[in-house]
Design a protein around this ligand. Structure first.
Ligand SMILES: [Ca+2]
Ligand SMILES: [Ca+2]
Ligand SMILES: [Ca+2]
Length: 289
């Protein structure tokens, strides 16, 4: 009798597990188009929503700061910055919020992550050497290597072909967009301007870099060719993120007093506000698929 009960229990458990996984696989979830950060629940958390603001879901739930989400190239994981560990670290979680993991686990400040196109490596910024420097690690957090040594550097962005990393540096007094080979060699100033540049992001085809230029206290999103030529202004705002087809760019704009998320065409047309003004919402990351 006892053996039979155990067998029935095991069968029910097995069937339950099968049913649960079949349900997960089959449940029609709305596509999570945009990940972003918001204070709408009292402290900074990461959310996803569709482009029309539907299917809003909160991914993190922690009284400390969580923000700056970055989708893995296959859309299965999200890299983010959190202060749930005292000095700020880069974390990764599955897009369904499971398996959160602290990748950096260092007493210094660590943040500003960007995936390689194959999802196997991550460039990031750490203060562990004093100033902010760009480092690279495997996507499991191992194999950390320093790539920059000079001045303060931030916001690295890995090129889609994997060969280069764009980043911001203040080694020339004001912020400039630099590009280097993925091993840290040949660090070159692309922007060379008196204004302050920041937030470089490669277009999906690698031909263009979106970035922010600040002058007279005003931020605007600009585009330039990947060699630094053909600089043109796109819209007032900061923190650009390309759509997967490279035709539009989401960004943050603070002109209404609170930051909100907008999208605009690559040609500067079709400006649209995606979030409402009641909350501070920023740093959009468009899903790769
Ligand atoms: Ca939080
Ligand atoms: Ca840290
Ligand atoms: Ca500059």
């Amino acid at each position: 009798m006892k053996a039979a009960t155990t067998l029935v229990f095991a069968l029910v458990t097995l069937l339950g597990a099968c049913w649960a996984s079949a349900t997960d696989a089959a449940s029609p979830k709305a596509p999570a188009t945009i990940a972003f950060s918001s204070d709408r629940d009292g402290n900074s958390e990461i959310y996803v929503m569709t482009e029309t603001g539907k299917a809003l879901r909160r991914l993190t739930k922690n009284p400390k700061f969580d923000g700056f989400p970055r989708w893995s190239p296959d859309g299965g994981r999200i890299l983010f910055y959190s202060q749930r560990s005292p000095n700020g670290d880069l974390w990764v979680m599955n897009a369904d919020v499971s398996a959160p993991k602290n990748l950096t686990r260092n007493a210094a400040h660590d943040g500003d992550g960007s995936w390689s196109a194959d999802g196997r490596r991550i460039v990031f910024v750490s203060d562990r050497t004093g100033d902010g420097d760009v480092y690279v690690m495997r996507s499991d957090g191992a194999g950390v290597t320093r790539l920059t040594t000079e001045a303060k550097n931030q916001h690295p962005s890995w090129s889609p072909d994997g060969t280069k990393v764009a980043f911001t540096s203040d080694r020339d007094d004001n912020g400039e967009i630099y590009v280097m080979n993925a091993d840290g060699s040949e660090q070159t100033n692309l922007s060379k301007s008196q204004a302050s540049e920041d937030w470089p992001v490669w277009s999906p085809n690698g031909a263009t870099i979106a970035f922010t230029r600040s002058s007279n206290g005003k931020d605007a999103v600009y585009l330039m060719n990947a060699d630094g030529s053909n600089v043109r202004r796109l819209a007032a705002g900061t923190q650009p993120s390309w759509t997967p087809d490279g035709r539009r760019i989401a960004f943050t704009n603070e002109s209404s007093g609170r930051s909100a998320i907008y999208v605009v065409g690559f040609d500067g047309k079709g400006l649209k506000k995606l979030t409402r003004a009641r909350f501070t919402e920023y740093d959009p990351a468009w899903s790769p698929r």
